[in-house]
Design a protein around this ligand. Structure first.
Ligand code: 5AD
Ligand code: SF4
Length: 444
């Protein structure tokens, strides 16, 4: 039997931070409709799978997750909604393959969830993968689910069409949210207790808009406007494209104290031949020059990146060029992936697909180098004092976990509360986190 009158819900988000943000907004929307979040570990009446399509057999994973949810024991089967990028890419194919699915809703249409639930309640199946001209944001309730560090989507979609990437198809064209909408949402987040705001966009540094005086502004201008908001202590943004790394944004790193010293700037490959085949529209040289300019104004900045190994046509010499650019940049953090052909993208049709064993080997060599750099970056903090924003409880009693300005996770025992900014002495460092001791409380 199917539950046709859901009272509790669970939103399970996969993939990127933008999906996490969308998941939070869906939860707020469902709460505004009178549903409540299922208790931890309890079985929800409505399960929303907010999916990712970027790599691997993402769609296959969704089908096995659907099977898992439907197969859980107990009473009536939950209502199931598939949201996110797999929903966008597969649409009505999903309920055809998995008849237990009631709702399919794309990333630009989830403000319609209440209407879709009503259709599903009446026994129907509801699919909405429209990309409406009017943005969903205007139709969503005000922000309510708050934490010390909050995501805020300011830009969505992508017009760059890298040949491996599915995002321009699943998230649509590049769109910036208006200046006032962003600042209003930021104020609501701060009023609700956010101390840090992380501006999100697939190409966040391509954000553009007009300020209240009608002047054209870029992300650097938006960061400065956020800096002026009382109560906010930290600003971050992700993910950036090298070609949109403008001078005003770089200057903001020098001049805006709330802007944290961290830059996620994917390069993908260190071979110009492969960058060209990827349609990246930058070269290794132009990338390195940007890093140099950013480090000139903010020498301590933590640089992070994304890499793809085994792009079609990648030979040993191309891969070695990737190792060289990693050595030249010296990353504080990085994410590296095996190339995964995405249906409908140009690279999926290219000759010279790289065999899986070769991809495995390259990924291991690249990750060994990146891990060593990350460990060295973390170890350089040992013995220093740094400010940490406390974000969540740790595993042990009395332990809290927060973030350093360089986005390192820091574990410590403290009497301070989640949301506090504390000064911490770093005692030890591993590849993924630091351990520290609170020295004194610096701010509430
Ligand atoms: N295969 C492997 N990795 C990919 N990425 C995007 N598309 C693919 C793909 N088809 C990686 C890129 C991007 C990150 C979010 O995911 O490195 O920056
Ligand atoms: Fe996955 Fe990209 Fe979609 Fe995010 S935007 S959910 S990473 S495909």
């Amino acid at each position: 039997m199917k539950n046709r009158n859901p009272r509790t819900f669970e939103v399970k988000s996969f993939g990127c931070q933008m999906n996490v943000y969308d998941g939070e907004r869906m939860a707020e929307l469902l709460e505004a409709e009178g549903l409540s979040a299922a208790a931890e570990g309890a079985e929800a009446d409505l399960v929303v799978l907010n999916t990712c399509h970027i790599r691997e057999k993402a769609a296959e994973k969704v089908y096995s997750e659907i099977g898992r949810v439907l197969g859980r024991g107990g009473g009536a089967q939950p209502m199931i909604a598939v949201a996110g990028c797999v929903a966008q890419a597969e649409g009505a194919e999903i309920p055809r393959r998995a008849p237990g699915v009631d709702i399919v809703v794309g990333p630009q249409a989830y403000h319609n969830l209440p209407a879709l639930i009503r259709q599903a309640k009446a026994g129907g199946r509801a699919v909405d993968t429209d990309m409406p001209a009017a943005s969903k944001f205007g139709a969503l309730p005000a922000r309510r689910r708050l934490a010390p560090s909050a995501f805020l989507t300011v830009q969505e979609g992508c017009d760059k069409f890298c040949t491996y990437c599915v995002v321009p198809y699943t998230r649509g064209a590049e769109v910036s949210r208006p200046w006032a909408a962003v600042l209003d949402e930021a104020k609501a987040l701060i009023d609700g207790g956010a101390r840090e705001i992380i501006l999100l966009g697939q190409n966040v540094n391509a954000w553009s808009g007009e300020d209240e005086k009608g002047r054209a502004r870029g992300l650097g201008g938006l960061v400065r406007a956020l800096d002026a908001l009382p109560g906010l202590t930290r600003i971050r943004y992700t993910t950036s494209h090298p070609n949109d790394m403008t001078e005003p944004l770089i200057r903001a790193h020098a001049e805006v104290p709330k802007l944290m010293p961290y830059l996620h700037l994917p390069v993908q490959s260190g071979s110009d031949r492969i960058l060209k085949a990827m349609n990246r529209s930058h070269t290794t040289d132009s990338y390195l020059r940007i890093i140099e300019r950013v480090r000139a104004v903010r020498p301590d900045i933590a640089v992070s990146g994304d890499f793809i190994v085994g792009f079609p046509g990648e030979r040993e010499a191309d891969f070695e060029a990737t190792l060289r650019i990693v050595e030249a940049v010296n990353y504080a953090q990085a994410f590296s992936f095996k190339y995964s052909p995405r249906p409908g993208t140009p690279a999926a049709e290219m000759d010279e697909q790289v065999p899986p064993e070769m991809m495995d080997d390259r990924l291991q060599r690249l990750q060994a180098l990146l891990r060593a750099q990350q460990l060295a970056f973390n170890q350089a903090q040992v013995g220093r004092r740094t400010e940490v924003l406390l974000e969540r409880p740790g595993r042990k009693a009395g332990q809290l976990i927060g973030k350093s300005p360089w986005l390192q996770s820091v574990h410590l025992e403290t009497q301070a509360a989640i949301g506090d900014l504390v000064e911490v002495e770093i005692l030890s460092a591993g590849p993924n986190s630091l351990a520290g001791a609170a020295s004194m409380r610096t701010a509430a």
